[in-house]
Design a protein around this ligand. Structure first.
Ligand code: COI
Length: 355
């Protein structure tokens, strides 16, 4: 991409929702960032434009073979009025890792970071200020080449859109009910589970809908090979506090390298907790519940930050975790991360970037 970002401002502005009315991902701001890729030119014409539809050829490769990646991060308005992004470099790195896995040409990381900060700066009035709200940033790359052969496309568009958001789950920070999924799998070792690509989310819908009909918020995914080891929960990474340890599945290809996952592991180690990244069988979790050593369980993700699991179902059993309430470590992690994001707690690792 050449360096200068061209800015074409919208002539009319949309009304902004009130902070207390925000849900997740339904409202979009006045502008978007765009850049195109062609084999001969590389990434070119980085620009901010008024928000609007993309014009895609119906033969665009993404519409047929799902060659696409995205990422998700947030900007927060602190109590001091400053706007901070949470770990944007890490998100750019992950977007590029996802891109490589899907045979999409990676972005120049410096310009990708600037695409995020520039766009948020242009739409800075859209960053809500109520605690629990933020501006969700969605960088996306899709294959636009009109071609029906199956091979990596030669044309792409990179775009970034912004959405002021509230809680991801209607439950907010209240504990969720989770059903262990025994029949469908989200990803398999060697597949694309480690990439943030739309196909993983499409693959997850059927089981998630079934779980919702049965009264659960989401599913606990088991590994695709043995149907035994826990992988992820819904669209989030999973952590289990058992005995004196916090256990989370390793980044072995089928799960996403969550930025919140990494942040939580770092904080826990800072605080002196033993964090073990290893395969954890669902039977071991149920046995710990029987023995009284299953203390807390939570999901980590950008959208919901930390989501406590209050009830876990596996086969014909249902166990309450932390008495169905928010566990003490779950709450401390949530408070600390949210404090760093809104600038009310120290940021010893330099995770936030001011806009
Ligand atoms: C997250 O941020 O936790 C997610 O992956 C959810 C997102 C796809 C809406």
């Amino acid at each position: 991409m050449s360096d200068a970002i061209r800015i074409n401002l919208a002539t009319t502005r949309k009304p902004k929702p009130k902070d207390q009315d925000l849900t997740f991902g339904t409202v979009f701001t006045d502008h978007m960032f765009l850049s195109d890729f062609q084999e001969e030119k590389g990434w070119y014409d980085p620009r901010v434009e008024p928000y609007g539809p993309l014009v895609l050829d119906p033969a665009s490769a993404v519409l047929h073979y799902a060659q696409a990646v995205f990422d998700g991060l947030k900007a927060f308005r602190g109590r001091d009025g400053k706007i901070r992004l949470f770990r944007p470099q890490k998100h750019v790195e992950r977007l590029n890792n996802s891109a490589r896995r899907m045979c999409i040409p990676p972005l120049d990381p410096e310009l990708a970071l600037r695409s995020l900060t520039t766009l948020v700066d242009v739409d800075r009035d859209w960053v809500p200020s109520m605690v629990g709200t933020s501006l969700y940033i969605r960088p996306t790359i899709v294959a636009t080449e009109p071609f029906l052969g199956v091979r990596p496309a030669k044309q792409y568009v990179y775009y970034v859109i912004l959405s002021p958001v509230g809680a991801y789950y209607p439950e907010g920070m209240n504990p969720v009910k989770i059903l262990t999924e025994e029949h469908h799998v989200r990803a398999v070792e060697g597949g694309v589970g480690g990439a943030k690509t739309g196909a993983n989310y499409a693959a997850s819908l059927y089981a998630a809908e079934e779980a919702k009909h049965k009264g659960y918020t989401q599913v606990l995914w088991l590994d695709g090979r043995h149907r035994r080891y826990i992988d992820e929960v819904g669209t989030m990474n999973i952590m289990v506090r058992m005995g004196d340890e916090v256990i989370t599945p390793p980044l072995a290809g089928s799960i996403l390298a969550g930025v919140t996952r990494d942040s939580v592991i770092t904080l826990l180690r800072d605080w002196g907790y033993a964090v073990v990244e290893r395969q954890l069988a669902i039977d071991e979790v149920m046995a710990a519940a029987d023995q009284g050593t299953l203390r807390e369980m939570w999901g980590t993700g950008t959208a919901a930050v930390i989501s406590p699991v209050g009830e876990l179902a596996f086969k014909d059993r249902r166990v309450a975790i932390s008495g169905g309430r928010i566990g003490e470590l779950t709450q401390k992690l949530y408070d600390t991360i949210v404090g760093i994001q809104y600038g009310t707690a120290p940021d010893p690792h330099g995770w936030t970037v001011e806009v």
